[in-house]
Design a protein around this ligand. Structure first.
Ligand SMILES: *[C@@H]1O[C@H](CO)[C@@H](O)[C@H](O)[C@H]1NC(C)=O
Ligand SMILES: *[C@@H]1O[C@H](CO)[C@@H](O)[C@H](O)[C@H]1NC(C)=O
Length: 185
């Protein structure tokens, strides 16, 4: 009796241990692939982001993809809100050129939010091609926003870090979808 209870506990423990190791490996491998496929994705950023997502250690690859879409969506919503506050707080002191860039970025981020929502739906119904198109336009939005600031000499983008984070998260999602599609073939 005692013995079988013990082996059951041991069994459950090793199961838990193994699955958590697998989760770690999956994140590690996914980030490795993603950073190799896209030089803009930093391995460290990828593992830190995915590991911080709730329950990511128990997720399979499809689940990990959904998590990175969600992270992208939070990023977009947060940045859109940030731009709104920047515009509101600093109307008087903002350089007119910087202000016009922020207004453009606000538009771009608004569109990107509806793109990521559509991407989520497509992803859930395994329509990876559609999801890919939407996520690519999210990436375009972040680069267009960033490039706006660079058009004028001496202007510094107020959103570099945020644009970069969203770009990287999107690239991670694209690479996960790539792996998923290849495994379906
Ligand atoms: C964007 O996502 C990354 C990864 O989850 C996170 O580290 C960062 O704080 C987020 N930034 C914003 C502005 O939400
Ligand atoms: C805007 O102002 C509010 C209240 O003064 C402050 O809490 C917030 O940090 C400011 N946001 C930005 C982006 O400057």
């Amino acid at each position: 009796m005692k013995c079988s209870y013990f082996s059951l506990t041991l069994f459950l423990f090793s199961l838990f241990f193994l699955s958590s190791i697998n989760g770690q490996d999956l994140i590690y491998n996914t980030c490795k692939t993603s950073s190799q496929q896209d030089p803009n994705v930093k391995f460290q950023f990828c593992t830190t982001s995915l590991q911080a997502a709730p329950a990511s250690h128990c997720a399979d690859l499809k689940g990990l993809g959904m998590m990175s879409i969600r992270l992208t969506r939070y990023n977009l919503t947060d940045t859109r809100c940030y731009i709104k506050r920047l515009l509101k707080n600093n109307t008087k002191i903002l350089d007119p050129y910087v202000k016009s860039c922020l207004v453009d970025c606000f538009e771009l981020y608004s569109d990107a939010i509806s793109d990521i929502k559509d991407a989520m739906k497509s992803y859930n119904s395994k329509q990876f091609f559609d999801a890919n198109v939407r996520i690519s336009s999210v990436m375009d939005a972040t680069t267009t926003c960033e490039d706006g600031f660079k058009q004028k000499r001496g202007v510094v983008s107020l959103l570099t870090k945020r644009n970069d984070a969203t770009f990287q998260l999107s690239a991670i999602t694209l690479s996960i979808m790539n792996i998923l599609q290849n495994s379906l073939k």
